[in-house]
Design a protein around this ligand. Structure first.
Ligand code: SF4
Length: 265
């Protein structure tokens, strides 16, 4: 991998965080940042679009829905500072993909290996529901460019909206998506002939509290989804593999030299 890709992703991030293309979401993200939750009243909220985060060489992308009002919209890092993030990063750490099991702040030292996390809509929406127009706009402006740089082999979509957002991205970038479109389900897979190469879209229930606290999505279920995602990446001939199943001392120390799923480009 050349240094070009991390630089390009960093440049993209600089553009993303200034976006004001969706008036409804701009107003909401800034209102939440101003009113705050009582527990965080002394903090300065991020209150801007939340960029993707992770390993620029990742072949696995996790695609979520949108920032949490008092999580990523507060901290500025995707799935950071709320219960959804607690669930997600603990699972990534168990899978050997995250250097620590928690994600509290942008400067907490967390690193990811072999995985990149991003969102279908980068600004917090009222009631956690971006409109289809907002998702499409965010996809056209940012997701398409981000995925063009990352060229993932496996995309783990958290929920039906993220699943659909990836299929829309596939259509926009010239992929022949089967008709009828592959339906979202937990554990569903859709192989897609993307311009960047064969890519598997994998579905999981979202890691939201509504799912994890009701038992709709358990840690064991999500661990299995991550294992499947990593196996699919390893099955891709263009990916180099290594063994890092489970949390390791390397993961905890942030040493990723033996890490999984690297790009050969
Ligand atoms: S949701 Fe996306 S397109 Fe809309 S304002 Fe936020 S970053 Fe821009």
């Amino acid at each position: 991998m050349t240094a070009r890709k991390p630089r390009a992703l960093a440049l993209l991030e600089r553009e993303v965080v200034q976006c004001r293309a969706c008036p409804r979401l701009v107003a909401h993200r800034e209102a939440v940042a101003k009113t705050k939750r009582r527990a965080y009243r002394d903090e300065v909220y991020w209150g801007r679009p939340v960029p993707g985060f992770g390993d620029p060489r990742a072949r696995l992308v996790i695609l979520g829905l949108a920032p949490g009002a008092h999580g990523a919209n507060r901290t500025g890092r995707v799935f950071t500072g709320d219960r959804s993030g607690d669930f997600l990063y603990a699972a990534l750490h168990r899978a050997g993909l995250a250097s620590q099991p928690t994600s509290a702040r942008r400067d907490d030292g967390l690193t990811l290996t072999g995985v990149w996390i991003t969102l279908a809509a980068r600004c917090v929406p009222p009631d956690n529901r971006p409109t289809p127009t907002e998702v499409a706009r965010c996809g056209e402006l940012w997701l398409d460019r981000e995925l063009e740089l990352l060229r993932p082999r496996v995309v783990l979509a958290l929920g039906a909206i993220a699943w659909s957002a990836y299929l829309d991205h596939a259509v926009r970038t010239g992929c022949q998506v089967p008709r009828p479109r592959p339906a979202f389900a937990h554990g569903a897979t859709a192989p897609l002939a993307m311009r960047s190469g064969p890519t598997v879209l994998l579905g999981s229930y979202h890691v939201s509290q509504q799912n994890t606290q009701t038992g709709r999505l358990t840690a064991a279920m999500f661990d299995a989804s991550l294992r499947q995602a990593v196996m699919l990446v390893r099955a891709d001939p263009s990916s180099r593999t290594g063994s890092r199943r489970g949390a390791s001392s390397h993961a905890n120390s942030g040493d990723h030299t033996d890490s999984i799923v690297r790009s050969r480009r």
